[in-house]
Structures are given as C-alpha cells and as structure tokens.
Design a protein around this ligand. Structure first.
Ligand code: SF4
Length: 87
C-alpha cells in the first residue's frame, strides 16, 4: 500500500502529467455565452444546432453539447453581440 501511494505521488509530481492536463485544456475549450450580451436572435442555433439552443423561457442561448464543436467558430463569427467565447 505504501508503495502504491509513493507511486501515485511520483505520478502527480511528474511534469508529463501537467503537460497532459495542459494539452487537454487546449484541445477542449469551454464554450461560454454571456447572458447579458445575448439578445436571443437565434443565429448561433441556426448555424450550429447541435451545440446551441435557445432557452424557451429566457430566450437566451445555451451550449447543449460542447463536444460537438465543428461549427462553433461559425456561431462565434455570426453572433451580432459577440456573446460567445470559446476559451
Ligand atoms: Fe445570443 Fe449571439 Fe446566439 Fe444571437 S447569436 S442567440 S445573440 S449567443
């Protein structure tokens, strides 16, 4: 048991682990929609319906599937208020 704990500690301190985490962050950016800026025009949903959906109660856009991001850049470019970011 002590050997396993030591091994896990060594892995956690390994630079390769932090590199892998950093790469994962870069590969999977977070889609954010600024609810204050969103005017509910629906353009993002029109060009990227697998990722964006207008909430029927708030009339604000929501990201429903961040993994399906083929068209996210198009939605960012078309948003009239620059409410969408992908960091
Ligand atoms: Fe809101 Fe922009 Fe989407 Fe229009 S394109 S619904 S303003 S996030």
């Amino acid at each position: 048991m002590r050997l396993i704990k030591y091994y896990i500690r060594q892995l956690a301190d390994s630079p390769s682990i932090s590199i892998e985490v950093e790469m994962t962050k870069r590969i999977k950016p977070m889609i954010k929609i600024d609810k204050e800026k969103c005017i509910g025009c629906g353009s993002c949903e029109a060009v990227c319906p697998k990722v964006f959906k207008l909430n029927e109660e708030t009339f604000k856009s929501e990201a429903i599937d961040a993994d399906n991001d083929d068209c996210v850049q198009e939605a960012i470019d078309i948003c009239p208020t620059q409410a969408i970011t992908n960091e």
